[in-house]
Design a protein around this ligand. Structure first.
Ligand code: NAD
Length: 394
């Protein structure tokens, strides 16, 4: 990949991203951002994003930033991983930027108050049904993948995972007594409209990229998969006949992703398979520390989509507090916010170019060190280097 535009064209999920200030706001302050650093390395990587936001501020692109708690730290402070007040704030802002939640300290908590419930509540109540996970291989990191260089060099795929339904939310769920043993139950459930809206997101996005969608499910063994395949095909035939559509069983998709990932452009799949396949795709590009994501919902009154941006990685308790975390996934998540929430595609590209340039200079956090070794830089040094490249780009 030569130019690291995670998505070169702004995404329109069937609606327009507002380019004009919403009513009642001035152009300068018409960009509200709620930052939720969360737990573990979350606050460390988010501190580097704050440097980037500050830099854009010096260039006249400012954001109305507020910060709050989510996850384990919110549980420590309030006894819940997400307060109603924070939830309400998330509904009001243009975009939420989240670090990561969780940690071993919270493993003993009841499921209902685990840190991850805060994140699930945000996704559910904001109705963020389309989770966009790009897997792109930066030139400087092509050697770093666990696959051969020619398999990953130039890779640029987008996985769209349905995020608000499926087996993570279906009822009944729970652990029940059946005779003299326990049975664990989760329910895979999809309505036609839930499938249709995420399919539309995939087709819209494909039109701005390579014009190809591969839909993945398990129609061979699951009725929900049969419906998924039918609805995706129907939406395609009725509204997007110009887009090339293929269907693949999700297990075969996993194989194909490792065999020859460049055959794909946009992959659309359900919540569970998307969770697995996007992590698999993640490793094609090297490190979890490089992977951003966007979760988008329906447009708000000002035309901007409900939106939550977050790195794919978790709170990495094994390295938390040591200044070893790679902040790039979180910084690239902010780049996605620039593009999808604020229609600042040129600024997003500038930020992505700055990341690419820093990597090309050989600057590496510990997770990006190859077998040849070298001296890794700290989280803060990586953030500073990216800001310096941004400054050098004007
Ligand atoms: P993880 O992503 O936190 O870490 C997996 C491995 O990748 C670790 O070795 C970690 O050090 C490394 N890693 C992750 N991000 C990195 C970065 N930016 N820079 C350098 N190295 C990085 O996954 P896990 O260990 O399975 O989970 C840890 C905690 O995070 C758990 O409590 C889990 O529930 C939670 N989690 C949260 C989210 C989220 O907030 N979205 C996602 C996944 C896991």
């Amino acid at each position: 990949m030569n130019a690291p535009g995670l998505l070169d064209a702004p995404l329109r999920l069937g609606y327009a991203v507002a380019t004009n200030p919403a009513k009642g706001h001035s152009a300068m302050t018409d960009r509200s951002l709620l930052i939720l650093p969360g737990d573990g390395i979350g606050p460390e990587v988010m501190a580097e994003v704050r440097k980037v936001i500050d830099w854009f501020g010096t260039r006249g692109i400012s954001f109305d930033v507020s910060e709050d708690l989510v996850g384990g730290c919110a549980y420590d402070a309030h006894g819940t991983p997400l307060t109603d007040a924070t939830m309400a704030k998330a509904q009001e802002v243009d975009a939420v930027l989240l670090g990561a939640v969780g940690g071993p300290k919270y493993d003993v908590l009841d499921f209902s108050v685990k840190p991850e419930r805060g994140l699930l509540r945000l996704r559910k109540e904001m109705d963020l049904y389309a989770n966009l996970r790009p897997a792109q291989c930066f030139d400087a990191l092509a050697d770093f993948s666990s696959l051969k260089k020619d398999v990953v060099a130039g890779l640029d795929i987008m996985i769209i995972r349905e995020l608000t339904s499926g087996v993570y939310f279906g009822e009944p769920r729970g652990i029940f007594k059946e005779g003299n043993e326990r049975v664990g139950i989760n329910t895979q459930r999809y309505t036609e409209s839930e499938i249709a809206r995420v399919a539309r997101s995939a087709f819209e996005l494909a039109r701005k990229r390579g014009n190809k969608v591969c839909s993945m499910e398990k129609a061979n063994v699951m009725e929900s998969g049969v419906l998924w395949r039918d609805v995706v095909q129907e939406i395609h035939d009725a509204e997007y006949p110009d887009v090339e559509l293929s269907h693949m069983y999700a297990d075969a998709g996993a194989m194909q992703l490792t065999r020859w990932p460049k055959q794909f452009d946009v992959i659309v799949t359900d919540n569970l398979f998307g969770d697995l396949l996007s992590d698999l795709a993640a490793m094609l590009t090297g490190s979890l520390g490089m992977l951003p994501s966007a979760s988008l919902g329906a447009p708000m009154e000002n035309g901007r989509p409900k939106a939550l941006y977050e790195p794919v990685h978790g709170s990495a308790p094994d390295i938390a507090g040591q200044g070893r975390a790679n902040p790039i996934a979180c910084i690239l998540s902010f780049a996605m916010a620039l593009r999808y929430s604020f229609d600042l595609g040129a600024e997003a590209e500038r930020l992505e170019h700055a990341v690419n340039a820093v990597l090309a200079d050989g600057v590496r956090t510990a997770d990006l060190m190859g077998p040849e070794g070298g001296a890794p830089v700290s989280t803060a040094t990586m953030g500073d280097a990216i800001v310096a490249k941004l400054a050098a780009s004007v």
